[in-house]
Design a protein around this ligand. Structure first.
Ligand SMILES: [Zn+2]
Length: 49
């Protein structure tokens, strides 16, 4: 069963990416450095609901 996770920019809070995660194997919050088109730079994106 897939669980959708939304990754939001830590600086502008814009939701830029979605990913799927497995709840059985991933319990911690996802945190990934990705390019934010709004900030126009790479920022830390955190999982949000
Ligand atoms: Zn941003």
């Amino acid at each position: 069963m897939r669980d959708l996770a939304i990754l939001a920019c830590g600086e502008c809070k814009r939701r830029n990416y979605t990913t799927t995660r497995n709840k059985k194997t991933t319990t911690e919050r996802l945190e990934k450095v990705k390019f934010c088109p709004s900030c126009r730079k790479r920022t830390t994106h955190k999982e949000t609901k």
